[in-house]
Write a protein that binds this ligand. Structure first.
Ligand SMILES: [Zn+2]
Length: 111
């Protein structure tokens, strides 16, 4: 993958991750305050808020909890995942905590 293509792919991935964060916050607020918003309304709000943010601001995925040389790791429904810090691809789910970051570190060397 060329550097230019990698930058473009990463930028697309950042938009997806931003949308996911906006959607999750809306879902939590909807549930926590009993707002009764439908999934369709939440999706429309997600698209609108994300578009508005991207229109006026620059974003990158750069969580401060990921230390230099490490990768973002998380557990979801008993499965472990890790994210490549270069292209932001997520690892396949794994049953043990060591496999996902090992995949991400190995994947990072492919760039
Ligand atoms: Zn990658």
């Amino acid at each position: 993958m060329t550097d230019e293509r990698l930058v473009a792919e990463r930028a697309k991935r950042v938009v997806t991750l931003l949308e996911d964060n906006v959607r999750t916050e809306l879902q939590i607020t909807n549930g926590g305050f009993g707002l009764g918003l439908s999934d369709d309304t939440i999706e429309r709000l997600t698209q609108g808020v994300t578009s508005g943010l991207l229109y006026a601001f620059q974003f990158d995925w750069s969580p401060d909890w990921v230390k230099a040389g490490d990768v973002h790791q998380w557990n979801e429904a008993g499965q472990y995942f890790a994210r490549c810090g270069v292209c932001l691809a997520d690892s396949p789910p794994s049953q043990d905590q060591a496999t996902a970051p090992a995949w991400a570190h190995k994947h990072e060397t492919s760039h």
